[in-house]
Write a protein that binds this ligand. Structure first.
Ligand code: NIG
Ligand code: FE
Length: 407
């Protein structure tokens, strides 16, 4: 039994009672904390915390956190970090004025990544994704959801999901796998959408389910990708295999993705750079977590998710990186938080809640991660000595995370 005592903590933040699964609306402005605190970890779990005067005297390892903050690690609930190669040539196209949609129409975009992925070995995919995970961990991330969706063929999608399964085994981070076969219509099926839907529903889903390769199912519900009706069909099929939806919606257009997702009791709806009033009311009456991806807004120069409208309407909100080669090539949650403060007018407390407990909810790990709660897994980060927690998003180009403890 190994114990770790972190003591003399300037402030221990993100404390929640057991059973609090998310924070919404005005609650997001509050980040419960204890100043001059200790936290005790035993066997990888948070055992106890409190004011310094109550700290135990002994532990196998003692960490002095004078001047530093301790927080639960970031829970990054939306990424595509299994991919081959990169797309910096499209970056140049974008600088020269082409939009994401124009680049995709020229054979770039998701299809470009799919071509490369199908030419790349499982080992190479694993090695590069593990490297990305390590970098994310250094930025304070302790849990990551990873999507398939660059295979777009039976072999390619299964290969991606097997890579994610291996990452679950080899990485200390908590990882969830999402099947995103419906990310784009592959070249072979450009004029045969029905054929691809059948491949996804009748061939791939049963295999994925039999091998237990996915925790969730996702669809890119968007003009030129998958319509609301197609999304409905795919989510329906996923439900038959016990896969809860997490859905890409409203990135460029509002086409009914929110309503379909809510109908299927989606765990999360992600993007929402565009949002209709009807979408807000549909989400208000649901248990679905909205997830904003400000790194994608920055990179594609598209609108930011209207966080104030949502939070001020009493809704919860989570933040994630969307780490992928085409629309958000960064896994830095500190940058995501800074962008949400600067461009979405969220407060420091709101972004921390959105990136910890609400992120955990959006990947269904809120019972084990996302807050300082006895019994939860001890995924903790220590900051460098800083004057206040607002320094984290304020110093948008720096990594002020000094140490990350995973269990
Ligand atoms: O979340 N929008 C769909 N999927 C990704 C982008 C994928 C890509 O361009 O490779 C996203 O932004
Ligand atoms: Fe995405």
């Amino acid at each position: 039994m190994k114990s770790i005592l972190i003591r003399n903590i300037k402030s221990l933040a993100g404390i929640r009672a057991a059973g609090v699964s998310l924070v919404r609306g005005a609650e997001m402005k509050v980040l419960p904390s204890v100043d001059n605190a200790f936290v005790l970890v035993e066997n990888g779990l948070i055992k106890a915390f409190g004011p310094a005067k109550d700290a135990p005297e002994r532990a196998d390892e003692i960490i002095d956190a004078t001047g530093k903050y301790v927080l639960p690690c970031w829970c990054d609930s939306h990424t595509h970090i299994v991919y081959a190669g990169s797309r910096e040539s499209e970056f140049a196209d974008k600088i020269n004025g082409l939009t994401y949609e124009e680049i995709a129409a020229r054979g770039g975009g998701i299809l470009n990544s799919a071509k490369r992925l199908n030419e790349t070995s499982e080992e190479e995919l694993f090695d590069s994704a593990l490297q990305r995970l390590e970098e994310m961990r250094a930025f304070g991330t302790g849990a990551v959801e990873i999507k398939s969706g660059y295979g777009l063929s039976c072999e390619g999608e299964l290969k991606m999901l097997r890579v994610i399964r291996k990452l679950k085994e080899k990485s200390p981070l908590t990882i969830k796998a999402t099947f995103l076969g419906a990310h784009a219509y592959p070249s072979l099926f450009q004029t045969n959408h029905e054929g691809y839907l059948k491949l996804l529903i009748d061939e791939l889903l049963p295999k994925i389910s039999a091998e237990g390769l996915a925790d969730f199912i996702d669809v890119f519900c968007e003009v030129n990708y998958f319509s609301a009706a197609e999304t409905d069909r795919i989510l329906e099929a996923g439900a038959k295999h016990g896969l809860k939806p997490k859905v890409h919606i409203n990135q460029f257009n509002v086409i009914g993705g929110v309503q379909v997702s809510v109908k299927h009791q989606a765990l999360s709806v992600d993007h929402m750079e565009h949002l209709a009033d009807e979408d807000i009311s549909a989400l208000q009456h649901s248990a679905t977590m909205p997830v904003a991806l400000p790194g994608c807004s920055l990179f594609l120069k598209i609108p930011y998710t209207p966080a104030r409208r949502m939070i001020d309407a009493g809704m919860p909100l989570a933040l994630a990186t969307d780490y992928n080669p085409g629309s958000a090539p960064s896994g830095n949650m500190n940058l995501v938080n800074a962008l949400a403060c600067i461009n979405m007018n969220m407060t420091s407390e709101e972004v921390i809640n959105a990136s910890t407990l609400n992120g955990a909810y959006a990947m269904e790990v809120e019972q084990e991660l996302g807050s300082i709660t006895p019994g939860k897994k001890a995924n903790l980060m220590l900051t460098k000595p800083v004057s206040s927690l607002a320094m984290l998003p304020y110093s948008f180009g720096s990594n002020l995370i000094e140490r990350v403890i995973i269990g």
